[in-house]
Design a binder for this molecule. Structure first.
Ligand code: NAP
Length: 499
């Protein structure tokens, strides 16, 4: 069946699919140069829809990371001294170039990540929006003056860039997780070294091509490819790197937090999620079902915001389940470059194995698979969109992030119980609720222990909002004016003798 998929996506080389073939770079970018590593250390990148190798990137390590850090340190002074509006103009051009080459960037993303092409186009829009947003926001990086409590003194507070920064990013949003960090860093005056996920380096390298065209100076933005531990270990150990921003699993986040402690770095951690979705009896059933499908199956369920537990109240439970099952059964699975496809492949065999394990555990403990439940007949890493009913909290899927297209439905009776069960997790990234009762909406949104709450909508992200979680879902916020705070330090100056 994978051969069939290969025929659908076609035998074209990556370059032949792009109107700007030079956006496909198989070299890393550091200190303003394209760099190749030793041939035997090259890392293969595959198309998850076919399993075919689409290219290679260099396997760089500590020496190249040190070089990127030194170049960033050198670039820092001139970059921070540019006027905010000059940095903003470069960021704006970078974002505009992304939009001008949206189709190529989207094709590259779908080839290496697998998501449906329309989702890739949407991610490019989303990713570009951070560059414009933060450029504009940096123009308003105001400080304070403080009414003095000391006679003859004048007091002021300014916001300064933190210095050289680094980002380690995941494969599920190969462009947006970079620009959400780099947009803020560069706008604030900080150079950034990015180490993208091994599965999706080409989207990151295409961003570097466009950064150069936009006028980002040498050393201000680098993309390093190669083994995560060697590169991240060098970045975290360096006293020159003053901030690390990570998006990925809670497990790796803990490692990076511990490594960053040695040099007391600033950290931002966007970690795992386990989002609950509460559908109350008084919700608009049609809207709740559509919202649940969107919030569960986008990016094939491989989204930190993906709903992982659907709590449905008794009064609408059966009607919700029937409609939801119909909607999920209608989702078309296939290679992301086919524009009619709703759900692409999963990223890896281990992602499929996790879906299978969660389904098997739930079925063994009394759940029912009313839609899907198995590997898809297309083979490879395709998995059937799945709905499980009669799920209970003793099942693994009710406690762990699945990161795949499996929707478990749990039943609840009253509001307090629904909220308590939704909050009963170490995670706190995003939660969703559907209700038409205004008082309930207010109570529920206040009671949910999450960094972000979507009421009557599956869609709430964007450059102007503070993205981030509480509890073990992370530290800090990205996007919004608060996203810039993470790349600045307050400096207080007291001038005495002013009599
Ligand atoms: P991951 O395994 O934590 O990997 C994320 C990044 O960390 C990759 O670049 C990875 O490199 C690197 N990495 C792995 N081990 C490392 C180590 N020991 N030291 C330093 N870096 C290391 O996560 P993932 O599977 O790619 O992404 C899924 C997770 O990300 C989920 O938990 C999801 O919820 C979370 N996520 C969170 C957000 C958010 O904003 N909160 C957004 C998206 C995703 P390799 O690719 O080489 O392994």
């Amino acid at each position: 069946m994978l051969a069939e998929v290969a025929r659908t996506t076609g035998p074209l080389s990556v370059e032949n699919r792009l109107s700007r073939p030079d956006l496909f770079r198989q070299s890393a970018f550091l200190a303003g140069e394209w760099v190749d590593g030793p041939k035997d250390a090259a890392v293969a990148v595959t198309d998850p829809a076919t399993g075919a190798t689409i290219g290679h990137v260099p396997g760089l390590g500590a020496p190249e990371t040190e070089r990127a850090i030194a170049a960033a340190a050198e670039a820092y002074g001139p970059w921070r001294r540019l006027l905010a509006k000059e940095r903003a103009a470069i960021l704006r051009r970078w974002g505009d170039l992304m939009l001008a080459h949206k189709e190529d960037l989207a094709v590259l993303m779908t080839l290496e990540q697998g998501k449906p092409i329309d989702e890739s186009r949407g991610e490019i829009d989303y990713a570009a929006s951070f560059l414009e947003w933060f450029g504009e926001e940096a123009k308003r990086l105001y400080g304070d003056t403080i009414p003095s409590h000391l006679s003859g003194s004048r007091m002021s507070v300014t916001r300064e860039p933190v210095g050289v920064t680094a980002a380690i990013t995941p494969w599920n949003f190969p462009s947006a997780m970079i620009t959400r960090k780099a947009g803020a860093a560069l706008a604030a005056g900080c150079p950034m070294i990015v180490r993208p996920a091994s599965e999706t380096p080409f989207s990151a390298l295409a961003l570097a091509v466009l950064a150069v065209e936009a006028g980002v100076p040498e050393g201000v933005f680098s993309v390093l490819t190669g083994p995560a531990r060697a590169i991240a270990g060098t970045l975290t150990a360096s006293p020159v790197v003053r901030k690390i921003s990570f998006t990925g699993s809670t497990e790796v986040g803990r490692i990076l937090l511990a490594q960053s402690a040695e040099t007391v770095k600033k950290v931002s951690m966007e970690l795992g999620g386990h989002a609950p979705f509460l559908a109350f009896d008084d919700s608009d059933l049609e809207a709740a079902v559509a919202g649940a499908v969107a919030a569960k199956f986008a990016t094939t369920g491989q989204d930190c915001l993906a709903v992982n537990r659907l709590y449905v109240q008794d009064g609408i439970h059966d009607a919700f389940v029937a409609r939801f099952a119909d909607a999920v059964a209608a989702l078309k699975v296939g290679p992301g470059l086919d524009p009619s496809v709703d759900q692409g492949p999963l990223m890896s065999e281990s992602a499929v194995a996790k879906c299978e394990a969660h389904v098997a555990d739930a079925l063994a403990k009394g759940a029912k698979a009313i839609v899907g439940g198995k590997r898809h007949e297309l083979g490879g890493t395709f998995f059937q969109p799945t709905v499980l009913t009669a799920v209970t909290e003793d099942m693994a899927i009710a406690n762990e992030e699945t990161f795949g297209p499996v929707a478990p439905i749990l039943r609840f009776t009253d509001e307090a119980e629904g909220i308590a069960r939704a909050n009963d997790t170490v995670y706190g990234l995003a939660a969703y609720a559907y209700s038409r009762d205004v008082a309930r909406v207010l109570r529920v949104s206040e009671a949910l222990e999450y960094g972000m709450v979507g009421i009557n909508t599956p869609k709430f992200t964007g450059a102007p909002i503070p993205f981030g979680g509480v509890k073990q879902s992370g530290l800090g916020r990205e996007g919004s004016r608060h996203g810039l705070d993470d790349y600045t330090e307050l400096k207080y100056v007291c001038i005495g003798g002013v009599n």
